[in-house]
Design a protein around this ligand. Structure first.
Ligand code: ATP
Ligand code: MG
Ligand code: MG
Ligand code: MG
Length: 476
């Protein structure tokens, strides 16, 4: 049975044997890219190379990139705890060609690594692939050269079709993009879900493991697409997802690394029920929170710092739900260091600092969490409707420091929704009062200033997630 760390190493070795330069993971905070909240894919550190604005002394690269998807275009925060496959933090294994090889090699490298006995040796029967609607070339490569039967190749178009998946990948609203081909693993008929392109594709039976993007265009802010200087390749495979396949388990949370974190979380929250969803949320969140601190993000009321604050508070609230009212979250850094400190020495080096930052945030939120929950419970007890009123959402935010998505998380657990519009109206009124009073200098409330007045959009909007039914809305 291959451990996660062994899979990571095998991947890098494989691509090194194919003349790829091994490149270290870059920071979660993208250098010099105001269009992007966090590094959300392996290609981010190579963006300028794809665009032709930067040159390297290699034309093939491979990496294991730490990624966070908790805001912006790719946001999986709402999926955590609900799907078997999404994390806020994960590692993306990737191989890249900067105007070197293109479709044929990209497809055959991926297939060889997955199926050859020398490497992962995954049974071909369990795999299926998608290609972009018009991409006959990719279709033929899969069918004629790799021998994938036609019934296991699905053509998928752009987003906006009937289902959520699309086979045109982009990093954000602007930047390099192109058609892609994706590889899925069938975890078996016992699990609910259907193949990509089917009405049940949101399920977790067929899990996407690898996305191979044929980078061909640069999308600019006005939406126009211009060709890149040279056709290139960008691929991404989630380490946790491929580890689940290799360890014969279905959910990412059952892999070696997460089992260890879940045990530690259960211990820290005095929980016996290992199936409790809150354990998974906390085990997920400690990774994104710790690594964001490693990369210099500090909890605050705006921008990246506010995303971090939201994730920490969400984790603490889940601990609270498990009955742990003392500060516990920071103690999980040790378990994370045990699991990932070797691959990421910076995590180990900064352990004390991470614990301190998280503890401070815990202590601060502890002061209001209990009271806020009590207010919420008492108001909900009298509430007939299935929607938490905007006024209450606002009070929880404004007086008790509950980020809106945290309240939404609670609502969803109770099969309720929140009145996001009502909340936003109150927020806007408060901003106007603050402006009118010229009170910018007065820090009269700790949790002010999360309004939309920032370069990033997306994370301060719930994007439809206030509907309890929208479980998989943020799939892509
Ligand atoms: P999904 O459709 O399952 O949400 P995706 O299409 O959004 O995945 P890509 O943007 O294509 O994912 O990213 C490349 C790969 O990274 C995916 O094939 C998957 O293996 C992995 N991946 C993506 N998002 C996550 C996540 N939130 N947690 C863990 N792994 C992920
Ligand atoms: Mg997908
Ligand atoms: Mg994908
Ligand atoms: Mg997705």
């Amino acid at each position: 049975m291959m451990k996660s760390a062994e899979i990571r190493q095998a991947f890098l070795n494989f691509f090194q044997s194919k003349q790829h330069q091994i490149v270290a993971s870059s920071s979660l905070v993208p250098g010099n890219d105001p269009t992007l909240l966090f590094t959300n894919a392996g290609m981010v550190q190579f963006k300028d190379v794809f665009l032709g604005d930067d040159q390297r002394n290699y034309s093939r690269a491979t990496s294991s990139q730490r990624c966070v998807r908790a805001g912006g275009k790719h946001n999986d925060l709402e999926n955590v705890g609900y799907t078997a496959r999404h994390h806020t933090f994960f590692e993306m294994l990737g191989n890249f060609s900067f105007g070197d090889y293109f479709k044929r090699d990209a497809i055959s490298f991926a297939w060889e690594f997955l199926t050859s006995e020398e490497w992962l040796g995954i049974s071909k029967d369990k795999l299926m692939v998608t290609v972009y609607q018009e991409d006959d070339e990719a279709f033929d490569l899969w069918h004629k050269e790799m021998g994938v039967p036609v019934e296991k190749i699905v053509r998928i178009g752009d987003k906006g079709g009937r289902y959520q998946s699309d086979n045109f990948w982009s990093m954000g609203d602007t930047g390099p993009c192109g058609p892609c081909t994706e590889i899925f693993y069938d975890h078996g008929e016992d699990i609910w879900g259907g193949p990509p392109g089917s009405p049940e594709e949101d399920g977790d039976r067929f899990i996407e493991i690898w996305n191979v993007v044929f980078m061909q265009f640069n999308r600019s802010a006005d939406g126009t697409m211009s060709p890149l200087p040279k056709p290139s390749v960008d691929t991404g495979m989630g380490l946790e997802r491929i580890a689940a396949v290799m360890q014969n388990v279905h959910s990412n949370y059952e892999i070696d690394l997460f089992q260890y974190l879940l045990q530690a979380t259960a211990k820290a929250t005095n929980t016996d029920d290992m199936e409790n969803k809150s354990l998974r949320v906390i085990a997920d969140h400690i990774r994104s929170c710790a690594f964001l601190v490693v990369d210099g993000v500090i909890p605050s009321n705006e921008g990246r710092g506010y995303v971090l604050r939201r994730i920490v508070r969400r984790a603490i609230r889940h601990g609270h739900k498990l009955g742990q009212k003392q500060a516990f979250f920071h103690t999980l850094v040790q378990a994370l260091v045990d699991q990932m400190g070797e691959a990421y020495p910076e995590l180990k080096q900064q352990q004390a600092q991470i614990e301190k930052v998280l503890l401070t945030e815990e202590q601060q939120f502890e002061k209001t969490l209990d009271k806020g929950m009590a207010v919420l419970e008492s108001e909900l007890a009298d509430l007939k409707a299935k929607e938490i009123p905007g006024q209450l959402v606002f009070t929880l935010y404004d007086t008790y420091g509950f980020p809106v998505d945290l309240t939404n998380d609670i609502a969803r657990e109770r099969e309720m929704s929140i009145d996001l519009e009502g909340y936003e109206t109150l927020m806007e009124a408060q901003r106007q009062r603050a402006r009118a009073a010229g009170s910018f200098k007065v820090d009269y409330n700790d949790s002010l200033d999360i309004d939309g007045d920032t370069d990033f959009t997306g994370y301060n909007k719930l994007e439809g997630s206030s509907k309890v039914v929208a479980l998989f809305k943020e799939g892509d």
